[in-house]
Design a protein around this ligand. Structure first.
Ligand SMILES: *[C@@H]1O[C@H](CO)[C@@H](O)[C@H](O)[C@H]1NC(C)=O
Ligand SMILES: *[C@@H]1O[C@H](CO)[C@@H](O)[C@H](O)[C@H]1NC(C)=O
Ligand SMILES: *[C@@H]1O[C@H](CO)[C@@H](O)[C@H](O)[C@H]1NC(C)=O
Ligand SMILES: *[C@@H]1O[C@H](CO)[C@@H](O)[C@H](O)[C@H]1NC(C)=O
Length: 370
């Protein structure tokens, strides 16, 4: 029998606590949201019972190592009595963070959560130590809709996604991985994510086009529709296009916002995914509309860039919704009836000024201040 235990067991194990201590868990008035921060050196773990009836639950470990618990808890324990407890938990969203967790304990938790109705799991600031054997049966873990990971490091390094995947039922729709320690996946070991619609790799500034190639394991994301790459060190739109083509990823939405994109004068020809209809290039420091964009889009977001002049129609794809707010050219040329579908709002400076002082905004609007 594989090690059977988990953070849950730990949390459900009453421990001695000194009565003077502030309670680590807080439940909101509606009884929906419950958050525990076990940062005290000797926290009252049993206080976690407070969260048993909540739907949105957070456990933070105060940066502690949970390894000692692995020794204390009987790894051969029969899950019997706990499965009923877990089945009765109304938890929909669970966040676990700020701890060092041995892999057998983390996967023990996932196994137990397989009996719950949990839909969203977030792991943040976790160090997962050691590795573990794969589960005995298929699909032992929770039937998650959304899995979000932020700053989670794994002893298995490049093999972590394949290892973690074995503890999830295959219905995952949204996967977010921020501040990853490795996105250089061992793709051969990764199984297909048959239902994954959204892959969000935002906030991995070291990724770049090169790293994206190994992160987008070919044929493992057949249902993918949306790829978010905010703040991922992407350099050119055409470079990303080439990676998507190489990985044969079919997308409808691509978010490249918050990257410093270079304008490529003569972009090498690249075929964008044929169904791509939404492209977000906001906050990308663009001074010109990049060449080689898809020829037709439903949404093109070029807001908050450095466009000094209004893009000419021949520079742009055929677009239904073009967003241009926050570009310098709008400050000299506040409105033109030419682009009826354009969402033109006040330039940033003016918007900020309004919130600071109405008078100043009026003066700026009247062109008295540059
Ligand atoms: C938990 O409490 C510690 C100490 O008060 C604090 O530094 C930390 O930010 C808290 N963590 C969370 C997630 O609120
Ligand atoms: C990332 O997680 C580790 C614990 O695994 C923590 O020590 C570190 O401060 C976290 N980094 C950030 C940027 O939050
Ligand atoms: C990614 O992994 C491959 C082996 O799977 C290795 O050859 C390569 O050096 C790794 N790349 C990085 C950037 O670590
Ligand atoms: C584009 O990205 C920015 C920043 O990430 C976001 O605020 C904006 O809503 C996005 N635009 C669209 C059309 O989704």
């Amino acid at each position: 029998m594989e090690p059977v235990l988990g953070l849950l067991l730990v949390l459900l194990t009453p421990a001695h606590a000194s009565p003077a201590m502030p309670e680590p868990c807080e439940l909101d008035e509606q009884g929906v949201h419950c958050s525990c921060n076990f940062s005290d050196p000797q926290p009252d773990w049993s206080n976690a019972f407070l969260c048993a009836g909540a739907r949105d639950v957070e456990f933070y470990g105060g940066g502690r190592s949970l390894e000692p618990f692995l020794k204390r808890v009987d790894t051969e324990a029969d899950l019997g009595q706990f499965t009923d407890v877990v089945r009765s938990l109304p938890w929909q969203r669970l966040t676990v963070g700020d701890a060092r967790v041995p892999a057998p304990m983390l996967f023990g938790v996932l196994r137990m959560l397989g009996y719950s109705g949990l839909k969203e799991l977030t792991l943040e600031n976790l160090e997962v130590t050691s590795t573990t054997l794969p589960p005995l049966q298929e699909a032992t873990g929770p039937d998650l809709n959304t899995l979000s990971l932020s700053n989670v490091s794994w002893a298995t390094e490049d093999g972590w996604l394949a290892e973690l995947q074995q503890w999830l039922k295959p219905g995952l729709k949204v996967l977010r991985i921020a501040q990853a320690h490795s996105l250089n996946f061992s793709c051969a070991q990764v199984r297909v994510f048959p239902s994954l619609v959204t892959l969000d790799l935002s906030d991995n500034p070291e990724l770049g086009e090169r790293g994206l190639i190994s992160a987008l394991c070919q044929r493992k994301f057949p249902a993918l529709q949306v790829l978010a790459l905010r703040n991922t060190g992407m350099e050119t739109a055409s470079g990303v296009c080439s990676v998507l083509a190489a990985a044969s990823v079919q997308l409808q939405g691509l978010d490249l916002s918050h990257n410093s994109l270079r304008h490529t004068a003569s972009a090498p020809g690249c075929d964008w995914p044929s169904k791509l209809n939404s492209l977000n290039l906001s906050f990308t420091e663009l001074q010109q509309v990049p060449q080689g964009l898809p020829t037709k889009l439903n949404v093109l977001d070029l807001s908050y860039n450095q466009l000094d002049s209004k893009p000419r129609p021949d520079e742009l794809p055929k677009v239904d919704n073009l967003l241009l707010e926050g570009n310098p050219f709008l400050e000299y040329e506040p409105h033109s009836g030419k682009y009826d579908s354009v969402v033109v709002t006040a330039p940033v400076r003016l918007t900020l000024a309004v919130s600071v002082s109405g008078t100043l905004a009026v003066l700026q609007g009247a062109g008295l201040f540059a």
